[in-house]
Design a protein. Structure first.
Ligand code: GLU
Length: 484
């Protein structure tokens, strides 16, 4: 048997990370077994349908690099086929017309509630002669669920054997009175028509599985194997949702996570391969199987995701990172480096240090931004504080030595700063390095400022020091330093 798995999201507006994990597991399982992975959009809710929501799914799949086989199927477009199957079941005596009025159903529902039963329909039209049908009432079609006492069993590839007693299964509706198929019917017909062999999905669908099995059996179709995954939880043990933080794939993209980091994180959230933490796509395809999927819900852990992202950032190709931070620089710092070869070159020269310290592309962007700044630039509050507290003579010494420096290398710059620290601050290098960082970057956070100065170059560094002096001392006669 050749494996076919599927990812059938409902377009709700975004792709939940739980759905992304489901898609990933289906993808890996199919690739591991040399089978196919197909996509179906469950777009039958026309009242709430939005094309943008459908596109969000495709964008997320593409960003994650989960390529699927065949063309994606629209469930809505298969509706005539679903209705046709319902009619076949009526003809075969596996399903029947039910003419119950809403009032009758309400009475049955109340009665079941009183008796604590979840199923309520009393099957009153199951064996009744259709000639007794009331005139002018459009019937629904109901399936004949097992009516005899007994159990229904599913051998789930993750959960093991799951049993429910048949009295939990009623003759549910497969075709509404307006002729439209219900979700339960559509899913089964599509899964059959698409040749699905394994249904890997969230365990919130276990109850559906028992109903779906009835339809497969009624049609005499092969029943796919089921694998129900425990859901992802937040730290408080509740199903992971927006309440716990970003819940959608595209939010993680926008927060500066690399797709391979999110993938590696989601992969291990519910599945493991020994103690391996870093698992590439190729390894995952080689190793993934359902027997190592955990049975209990995994808790989402942002710190772990960040640490994986840091790993993947550190190992990422630097030109790729430059491309990835370019739009973030525009968004967050209003700096467009697309045609600025010098800015690009400076960022690339600092990239190794920058990427190794970054948890996200946002952090990388913010810490790389100073390389791309143009005079006049802004100073953040902490940098302003540092500069306001810097003695005039320290800064003048920096400027003078930067101007005359003949060894403008990381070591040379560090040396000259040491000399100033020895002369003016009893050897405390921080007293010199901190204002230097504030001046050159406009912030108080950066990789080695001596190396950063070398990358900026002597001319630019001197220009930045002059600009800073102008900004903090010349034009600000009331500042503490002006009185020194
Ligand atoms: N459309 C369903 C969902 O998004 C998928 C159901 C299934 O996998 O059978 O939850």
């Amino acid at each position: 048997m050749s494996v076919v798995t599927r990812f059938p999201p409902s377009p709700t507006g975004f792709m939940h990370i739980g759905n992304a994990r489901t898609a990933l597991y289906n993808y890996l399982f199919a690739r591991h077994h040399g089978g196919k992975f197909v996509v179906r959009i469950e777009d039958t809710d026309r009242a709430r349908h939005s094309e943008e929501a459908v596109q969000a799914i495709f964008r997320s799949l593409e960003w994650l690099g989960l390529e699927y086989d065949n063309e994606a199927v629209s469930q809505f477009e298969q509706r005539a086929r679903h209705a046709e199957v319902a009619m076949q079941m009526v003809e075969k005596g596996q399903a029947y017309y039910c003419y119950c009025s809403p009032e009758e159903l309400n009475v049955m529902r109340e009665q079941a509630k009183k008796e604590g039963r979840s199923s309520f329909y009393d099957r009153r039209w199951r064996d009744r002669d259709p000639s007794e049908a009331p005139k002018g009432v459009k019937p629904v079609v109901r399936i004949k669920a097992p009516a005899e006492a007994g159990e229904s069993v599913i051998n789930d590839l993750v959960q093991g054997e799951i049993r429910i007693t048949n009295d939990n299964l009623d003759d549910f509706i497969i075709l509404r009175s307006d002729g439209t198929p219900t979700y339960m019917l559509s899913v089964v017909v599509d899964d059959h028509d698409m040749g699905i062999t394994h249904i890997i999905r969230g365990d919130d669908h276990i109850n559906n599985a028992f109903r779906q099995k009835i339809i497969f059996e009624a049609m005499g179709w092969d029943i796919p194997r089921f694998a129900h995954l425990p859901l992802i939880h937040g730290a408080d043990g509740a199903k992971f949702s927006k309440r716990h933080g970003a819940a959608s794939v595209e939010e993680y993209r926008d927060m500066g996570f690399l797709p391979e980091a999110l993938e590696n994180y989601l992969l291990r959230l519910g599945w493991g391969h020994g103690d391996d933490e870093i698992i590439s796509r190729e390894q995952a395809i080689q190793w993934f199987d359902l027997d190592a999927v955990g049975k209990s819900a995994a808790k989402f852990d942002m710190a772990k995701l960040e640490s994986l992202n840091n790993y993947y950032l550190s190992h990422a190709e630097e030109s790729r990172l430059l491309t990835l931070i370019t739009p973030f620089l525009k968004q967050r710092h209003q700096i467009d480096i697309r045609n600025d070869a010098l800015a690009q070159k400076r960022v690339m020269s600092g990239m190794t240090e920058l990427k190794e310290r970054s948890k996200t592309l946002i952090q990388l962007t913010d810490e790389a931004a100073f390389y791309t700044k143009k005079i006049p630039y802004d100073f953040d509050e902490a940098a302003q504080r540092t500069l306001n507290e810097t003695a005039h003579d320290t800064f003048d010494a920096l400027l003078a030595r930067f101007r005359e420096c003949s060894d403008f290398t990381t070591a040379g710059i560090q040396n000259l700063c040491k000399q100033i620290a020895d002369d003016l601050h009893g050897g405390k290098l921080g007293k010199v390095a901190m204002p230097l960082r504030a001046a050159l970057t406009g912030t108080t956070v950066s990789p080695s400022i001596f190396h950063a100065a070398e990358i900026l170059g002597q001319e630019e560094s001197v220009a930045r020091l002059e600009f800073t002096k102008e900004r903090f001392w010349k034009n600000n006669p009331l500042s503490r330093n002006a009185a020194n």
